[in-house]
Design a protein around this ligand. Structure first.
Ligand code: ZN
Length: 278
């Protein structure tokens, strides 16, 4: 399904080749996921917005940098459905479009549906999980996930991100009891991320005592990513993964950003190794 949601001819960084290189590298170890139902998506999105994505019949810019088209609904349903499956079976959903910038009524920042948010609500509604912790290490603030669960004390949303940076939110003073935003300065690498994990993320998640940990795994904080200015290495992602998997009794992960096609497969493999080593 890597060919769906075709954006590559616009030289868009969020392009089908991202999944193609992952399937090429990991093919034997992957399996196809299923589509999310409308009801599952509408747990976090307005139905009129879902209609607008389902009825796209021509290429359309949904915001300044988010492209939609006739195959986007199929791709976005699969992305949300694979995230659900990751929550169910403990896997890593390799999907596009990504999801953590999507808002209840709007596409944003390459994202159509909040895949990880759909998975979190599914876990609560259908898997008997009371409290879900979402850990987002994509280089950008997970503003959509943040917005969807603000004021909901059953979902802890943690985001580590470059700040100030796109989308501009998630800066100092934006945390509350079940929202932990960790803004990091440009140039931060493994040491800064792991220190933030030790001092902020791990105490917060452990105190929350989640029944399920979901990771928004973006790889655009990597030192060679073209879209951002962080310096996390392959070893750093592996360690972030290992530590994330120790934060709760169950874990699922969902791909967010990561735009260097040469490094993405190895970073995903290193992350899976980290999850497995926990
Ligand atoms: Zn990102």
């Amino acid at each position: 399904m890597a060919h769906l949601h075709a954006t590559g001819h616009h030289h868009h960084p969020e392009r089908p080749e991202r999944l193609e290189v992952l399937l090429e590298a990991l093919g034997g170890a992957t399996r196809h996921g299923r589509r999310a139902s409308r009801a599952q998506i509408e747990r976090v999105h307005d139905s009129a917005y879902v209609d607008s994505i389902a009825s796209l019949d021509a290429e359309t810019w949904l915001d300044g940098d988010t492209l939609g088209g006739p195959t986007s609904w199929e791709a976005a349903r699969l992305a949300a459905g694979c995230a659900i499956e990751a929550a169910e079976v403990g896997g890593f959903a390799l999907v596009r479009p990504p999801g953590h910038h999507a808002l209840p009524r709007h596409a944003m920042g390459f994202c159509l549906f909040g895949n990880i948010a759909v998975a979190a609500r599914h876990a609560q509604d259908s898997l008997g999980v009371e409290r879900v912790a979402i850990v987002d290490w994509d280089v950008h603030h997970g503003n959509g996930t943040d917005a969807m669960f603000r004021g909901d004390d059953s979902v802890l949303v943690v985001s580590l991100h470059q700040w100030p940076f796109y989308p501009g939110s998630g800066g100092p003073g934006t945390s509350d009891e079940t929202t932990l935003n960790v803004p990091l300065t440009a140039g931060s690498g493994d040491a800064a991320y792991l220190a933030a994990f030790s001092t902020l993320v791990e105490p917060a998640v452990r105190a929350f005592d989640p029944g399920l940990v979901l990771v928004s795994a973006g790889f655009d904080a990597h030192v060679d990513d073209p879209l951002a200015g962080m310096e996390v290495t392959e070893r750093g992602f592996s360690e972030l993964a290992r530590r994330s998997a120790q934060l709760g009794p169950r874990l699922g992960a969902v791909l967010e950003g990561g735009y260097n096609l040469a490094t993405l497969p190895r970073l995903v493999e290193a992350t899976i190794e980290g999850f497995d080593a926990a």
